[in-house]
Design a protein around this ligand. Structure first.
Ligand SMILES: [Zn+2]
Length: 75
């Protein structure tokens, strides 16, 4: 069981890029939560805003890689 939910505060960076992720419902940009499972890649990685809305993952962003990146930072 390695399901994680990690809060990302501030702009999302991916590699050397700053990725603009914002909620379509409330346009929150400052804090997001990313959820997924580090061990089971059949479980989709999802991003929600600080208010709990689902946020679409930008095409340029590999959500699974992002999850691993933030999980390592959080340790
Ligand atoms: Zn929202």
């Amino acid at each position: 069981m390695s399901t994680v939910t990690i809060t990302i505060t501030g702009p999302i960076t991916y590699g050397h890029e700053r990725v603009s992720v914002h909620c379509p419902a409330c346009t929150a940009t400052h804090s997001h939560r990313i959820s997924g499972d580090l061990g089971d890649d059949t479980i989709p990685v999802t991003i929600t805003c600080v208010n709990g809305h689902d946020v679409p993952v930008p095409n340029v962003l590999n959500a699974r890689e992002l999850l691993f990146t933030v999980a390592m930072r959080a340790e």
